[in-house]
Design a binder for this molecule. Sequence first.
Ligand code: ADP
Ligand code: MG
Ligand code: ZN
Length: 506
Amino acid sequence: MAKQYETVIGLEVHVELATSTKIFCGCSTKFGAAPNTHTCPVCTGMPGSLPVLNGKVVEYALKLADALSCQVNRYSRFDRKNYFYPDNPQNYQISQLYLPIGHDGALTIHTGGEETLPGSLSGHSANNKETLPGSLSGHSANNKEKTIRIHEMHMEEDAGKLIHDEWEDCSLVDYNRSGVPLIEIVSEPDMRTADEVIAYLEKLRMICQYLGISDCKLQEGSMRADVNLSVREVGSNRMGTRTEMKNLNSFKAIAHAIEGERERQIELLEEGKEVIQETRRWDDNKEYSYGMRSKEDAKDYRYFPDPDLPPVVISQSWLDEIHASRPEFQEEKALRYQRDYGLPAYDAGILTQTKRMADLFEETAGLSGRPKEAANWLMGDTLKLMKEEGMEAEELAFSPEHLASLIRAVDEGKITRQNAKKVFAAMFREDVDPLIYMEEKGMTMVTDTGAVEKVVEQVLADNPKTVEEYHSGKTKVLGFLVGQVMRQMKGKADPGQVNRMLLERL
Ligand code: ADP
Ligand code: MG
Ligand code: ZN
């Protein structure tokens, strides 16, 4: 019988912090500036320059440590990780090895149910009603909850960026990213499937977004995951030799890379060969990983405490303050939506997937007084358009004020639902004021009964034959009369109201 293998995965995730300045200097962290314009002697490694720690970085790290239930090293330090590479102008990276800011935490994930599609993960992966966390309706058999242990988390600086592809005979380097603050979160090897890995990354991203410490965009590199993977025979409690995969910039690439690497390792073992511990680079176009370098050990980096930076000492009162200011996370929020707004668990789960969407929902619900309607617009038209445009919730442009006034206009019969959808599409593109837009496009309905009455009477007077037919029993002609009125009103009347008015007069 063929051997059965189990995949063992541990992740090293880098999260770029959303501070306005870098970790050890005052340079801007803004993305997309002209190369080497956000630089100074500190972040370009000029001899004699001295780093000064950005307090916001410590605050953000503590917030994350709190959310991940980590133990905090109240006496923490920075260390130099020495390596030579042109993206690293100091020839060392300031990181934390011996006393990381946090350790021994945990992250609970939910998987299971219908297959989680790796492609559908851009903020609304919850395509299964049974697997949503925060469901009031209890746990379904499909909903697997699992706790992934966090080994440690530490603060460090990012490196610059090498640009190879514009020139054939040279490489360029941009130090704008050099010194941008990062938190690295290292998990224990507790994951077994790509679904678990993706659930872990989504949960971590959601926590960072809710904390407001990072936008965690894989495509833009503000969240980067290195996948450590080994295989072993099912039932074995010995760990296999692992490889580390880099360059994974989408959930899809991660799922593919896990599948590909698992197969590559199993094949080696089946042939009686050994897996070599190394760093591999995933090429998503070729769907194959290449060996980059044999795995280096901590000792290769000659780590030592950075003498330029004093230790970081954290008071208990600061920790207490951080804990007290913890935001309401997704699960609690979803439960509250079900309780306070009467939303189904599924809707509450979807609307709380991103903080942006949750905020939009609550503000619109408050302003319009119609939570169900607000939920419908966000889960229906909004998600559909976002999917079509490949957009993230953070990029949504319309304001809750405008969505609320559109909801009110529909409620008051000022616009048909069909036209309201058109108005919404315009709002989605550039946050137009729905009332002005409706007026401009001639979509505003005539709610003035007097005006409609006039047209009704005119139509009855113009069609005496039809009226006669109606009275002789051919009641179907009513539809024709309604149509006539609607045509003269250019569709801007409520057909139900027209119907009633005609009946009253016939
Ligand atoms: P290093 O210090 O060499 O980077 P770590 O012990 O810090 O190694 O582990 C790095 C990552 O690799 C962690 O996320 C850990 O969970 C994971 N890992 C360690 N051993 C294995 C293994 N045998 N299989 C899969 N992942 C592993
Ligand atoms: Mg490591
Ligand atoms: Zn600088």
